[in-house]
Design a binder for this molecule. Structure first.
Ligand code: PGA
Length: 258
């Protein structure tokens, strides 16, 4: 089945890699990305954005951030705004990652504000959603995803839909070595897209890129990439190794034209 949205492979480095390590990684990945039809995104620590953005200029790789504040400016010690990220060279930003929700208490309404601010300055948000283990066991997955989408994206303008990426990352699959079953992901994204269709229109919902994240590795990546509905991958721990990340980018080439 041919998919209409451009394939995306995104690395999320979390709090790993200094500038030297980041640049060495990028030098390995650039030639592989150049051979690929994927959009290759790397979400680096704040401190490495400028250097990495300079290094990838003119290549297929884009650099982004892993978080931002929802305000334009102000007395928010330790925070970074969307326009600061953009000035440093970021073109996208991950918002609402499960680690931010779980460890830093981020709520859907806070994430919603961040999404709006990111879009205001032209940064593409990757909005992370996903249920936890108890919610899945209790049959609440559908309701949880719907509420996250409603509260995070409810009043986002339809015009923004082609700039939006949503990452379905069930919490129980992130960093656990226990990836979701591709069929489960397919179903969840189907539900999400149908709900976004109700929120906007089905044509608008079709423009949103959906990624899967949660224990993606070199062995399971091809299956996810072949699964209808999955437009790309958000990869954490395995994306720290340039050879593994490059392998996943080149796998995309072999899983068939879309
Ligand atoms: P993981 O992380 O690939 O290590 O499970 C995914 C993520 O944090 O986005």
């Amino acid at each position: 089945m041919k998919k209409s949205r451009a394939p995306v492979i995104c690395a999320n480095w979390k709090m790993y890699k200094n500038i030297e390590e980041a640049l060495a990684f990028i030098d390995v990945v650039i030639p592989v990305a150049e051979q690929s039809d994927c959009e290759v995104l790397i979400a680096v620590p704040f401190t490495a954005i400028r250097s990495c953005a300079d290094r990838v200029r003119g290549t297929r790789i884009s650099i982004g951030a892993q978080n931002m504040n929802d305000a334009t400016a102000g007395a928010f010690t330790g925070e970074v705004s969307a326009s600061m990220l953009q000035e440093a060279g970021a073109t996208f930003v991950i918002v609402g990652h499960s680690e931010r929700r779980r460890l830093f208490g981020e709520t859907n309404s806070f994430i919603h504000q961040k999404i709006k601010r990111a879009l205001d300055v032209g940064l593409r948000p990757i909005v992370c959603i996903g249920e936890n283990y108890e919610e899945r066991e209790n049959g609440a997955t559908h309701a949880v995803l719907k509420m996250q989408l409603q509260e995070c994206l409810g009043d986002i303008s339809k015009e923004a839909t082609s700039h939006l990426m949503v990452a379905y990352e069930p919490n129980w699959a992130v960093g656990t070595g226990l990836p979701a079953n591709p069929e489960t992901v397919h179903q969840a994204i189907d539900d999400c897209r149908a709900f976004l269709g109700e929120l906007w229109s089905s044509a608008d919902a079709q423009r949103v890129t959906f990624l899967y994240g949660g224990s993606v590795d070199v062995q399971n990546a091809a299956t996810f990439l072949q699964t209808p509905n999955i437009d790309g991958l958000l990869i954490g721990s395995v994306s720290l190794d340039p050879d593994s990340f490059a392998k996943i980018i080149s796998l995309r080439q072999n899983v068939g034209a879309r």
